[in-house]
Design a protein around this ligand. Structure first.
Ligand SMILES: CC(C)(COP(=O)(O)OP(=O)(O)OC[C@H]1O[C@@H](n2cnc3c(N)ncnc32)[C@H](O)[C@@H]1OP(=O)(O)O)[C@@H](O)C(=O)NCCC(=O)NCCS
Length: 159
């Protein structure tokens, strides 16, 4: 997957990206987070959040056929998802390099991200990329009209 294109997501792709987010969320989180949170994570909710985050969403792959995306929130690598078909292919590392470059360009020296406790594949991936687990913290996750408190692993990286 060397040479995978990382670029700004197009508005026309937000539905496809929401599906990658929904499916990836189910794969990684549905079994390890409270059922009340899982109920709120609908495809529509992800599409609305992507729309609110756009522009600013970066996508991997050809326009019209994205295989992953991420977006930032200040110093936080806020969302990071790769489609199941592209996992293990190296796309995630290319997407991560783009995310770290953009964090650095925006003046961030101490980046962080939250990872659900027990999302072992993501944790292993972040550690391979040089992120360090700083500890367990309470994150206040975005849910429609409110926030949801969840204990998460906090990862940090000096850029
Ligand atoms: C997290 C994610 C972006 C990583 O991308 P990826 O292509 O899967 O990453 P890689 O395959 O390069 O690395 C994953 C590592 O975890 C390992 N792994 C796979 N399943 C695992 C498991 N159940 N437990 C622990 N490690 C696991 C892999 O073997 C690999 O390590 P290795 O290279 O040393 O063999 C991708 O898996 C994803 O989108 N997952 C669903 C959504 C998600 O969890 N997003 C992050 C939210 S915090």
């Amino acid at each position: 997957m060397t040479g995978t294109n990382i670029r700004d997501a197009q508005l026309s792709e937000l539905g496809l990206l929401a599906k990658i987010w929904f499916d990836g969320w189910q794969d990684a989180h549905a079994r390890i987070v409270p059922v009340e949170l899982a109920r709120l994570r609908t495809l529509k909710s992800f599409e609305e959040r992507l729309r609110a985050a756009s522009p600013g969403v970066r996508a991997a792959g050809a326009v019209g056929a994205p295989v992953g995306f991420y977006y930032l929130k200040g110093a936080e690598l806020y969302q990071f998802y790769v489609a199941s078909s592209a996992r293990g292919s190296g796309v995630a590392a290319i997407l991560m390099a783009d995310a770290e470059a953009r964090l650095g360009e925006s003046g961030v020296h101490a980046a962080w991200l939250a990872c659900a406790i027990g999302n072992d594949r993501a944790a292993r991936f972040y550690e391979k990329c040089g992120w360090l687990r700083a500890g367990t913290v309470t994150d206040h996750l975005e849910v429609p009209g409110a926030t949801f408190a969840l204990e998460v692993w906090r990862y940090e990286k000096s850029l």
